[in-house]
Design a protein around this ligand. Structure first.
Ligand SMILES: NC(=O)c1ccc[n+]([C@@H]2O[C@H](COP(=O)([O-])OP(=O)(O)OC[C@H]3O[C@@H](n4cnc5c(N)ncnc54)[C@H](O)[C@@H]3O)[C@@H](O)[C@H]2O)c1
Length: 346
């Protein structure tokens, strides 16, 4: 393999362009192809002076691919990369249904091709700090997590028809990030109860949801979700991961309550009693320290380590399929008005 990793970006829309930017700032890789059938992508590649292809895999000196195509194409594009033995960073969700997710994860594992899935929050240092604190017992036994994912998507967002239809709503677009974060920080989800509503926007797809999850360790979690509420209480606004795209207000949105203390994200407040515990006692707060960094750059660095064989993906195909299974359980629970169990994966 050449010194720099020859990387192709397949699908140069919103997130594809972000990856292109990150590649340009990383000396360990080189962008050798942009592949996307749209004329806009051809013009974009031309403006960057990057070779443009309808099919990047036609080129035989590509060492790694970043797949940023629409969800329903992930299976086909991913299988093509795997057939070429190309390590890949597959954007989230791994696929738009569980059969496709399983097929992709199994194919990568069977072929021995490394696949990292783009649940980028796992590369956020604030998330890493909270994970260490929870696992290190800083809040005792986790009892309850409470997550707010409440935003207002501008009206123009809904001009694209699929965003008004089942599968295009906040459950599969936004909640899946919260579910992955919960699994990463707090453990597996074993049961899901949920109610969804489309009463506010009146689209076929939900605009809001209230979800109660039971975790394998016995803890509970609540997630409040809406794309029609005017609040700052959503990760995009509070975590500051993409300040060019979203306003930045670092107020807490993720609450982790344990028997000995409590933590919030993204501000990393740690609350606890210094002596006797009890609501009649003073409770103190301090802040965990962390060094903020560009999460998409951190994700790319990790991917390149995976490509070189120096690291295992922090989230591989089967892990990402579990996140999808738990997210789809929310859809099922809401449809049947009964608790749902995430479908088993491998
Ligand atoms: N991790 C994140 O923060 C994040 C953010 C946004 C989107 N995403 C994910 O990234 C993916 C793309 O989302 P987006 O918002 O960038 O979409 P988008 O519609 O802006 O871009 C998708 C691009 O893929 C191209 N395309 C379609 N089929 C293709 C094919 N077979 N081969 C090559 N190119 C093809 C389209 O022409 C388009 O330019 C989705 O899976 C989405 O869920 C992740």
């Amino acid at each position: 393999m050449a010194e720099r990793i020859n990387t192709a970006v397949i699908g140069a829309g919103v997130i594809g362009k972000r990856h292109v930017d990150e590649i340009a700032h990383n000396d360990a890789c080189r962008l050798v192809a942009i592949a996307d059938p749209s004329p806009e992508a051809a013009a974009y590649a031309d403006a960057l002076n990057v070779p443009y292809y309808r099919d990047a895999l036609a080129r035989d000196d590509v060492h790694a691919a970043i797949v940023c195509t629409p969800n329903h194409t992930h299976l086909e594009v991913g299988l093509a990369c795997i057939a070429r033995k190309l390590p890949l960073l597959m954007e989230k969700p791994i696929a738009d249904d569980l059969d496709s997710a399983r097929a992709l994860a199994d194919a990568a594992a069977k072929a021995g091709v490394a696949m990292l899935v783009g649940h980028h929050r796992r590369h956020n240092p604030a998330v890493r700090a909270v994970k260490q604190a929870i696992e290190g017992g800083r809040i005792g036994k986790l009892v309850l997590a409470n997550i707010l994912c409440l935003m207002y998507k501008p009206d123009a967002y809904f001009e694209v028809p699929w965003r008004r239809q089942p599968g295009g709503g906040p459950v599969l677009i936004n909640l899946i990030h919260e579910i992955d974060l919960l699994r990463h920080l707090c453990g597996e989800i074993v049961s899901v109860q949920a109610v969804t509503s489309n009463a506010n926007r009146g689209h076929e797809v939900e605009d809001s949801a209230a979800c109660t999850l039971t975790l394998a360790n016995g803890a509970l979690a609540n997630v409040s979700l809406s794309d029609t509420t005017s609040t700052p209480w959503n990760w995009d606004t509070t975590a500051g991961e993409d300040r060019a795209l979203f306003d930045y207000r670092p107020v807490p949105t993720h609450f982790f309550a344990g028997t000995d203390g409590a933590l919030t994200l993204p501000d990393l407040a740690l609350w606890s009693y210094r002596g006797k515990k009890g609501r009649d006692q003073p409770i103190h707060d301090t802040h965990l320290s962390f060094v903020a960094e560009n999460v998409y750059a951190a994700q790319l660095r990790h991917f390149l380590d995976v490509v070189k064989g120096d690291a295992r993906p922090v989230i591989d195909g089967h892990d990402a399929a579990r996140t999808l299974a738990a997210t789809l359980a929310v859809v099922e629970a809401s449809r049947t008005s009964r608790p749902a169990t995430p479908a088993p994966i491998q």
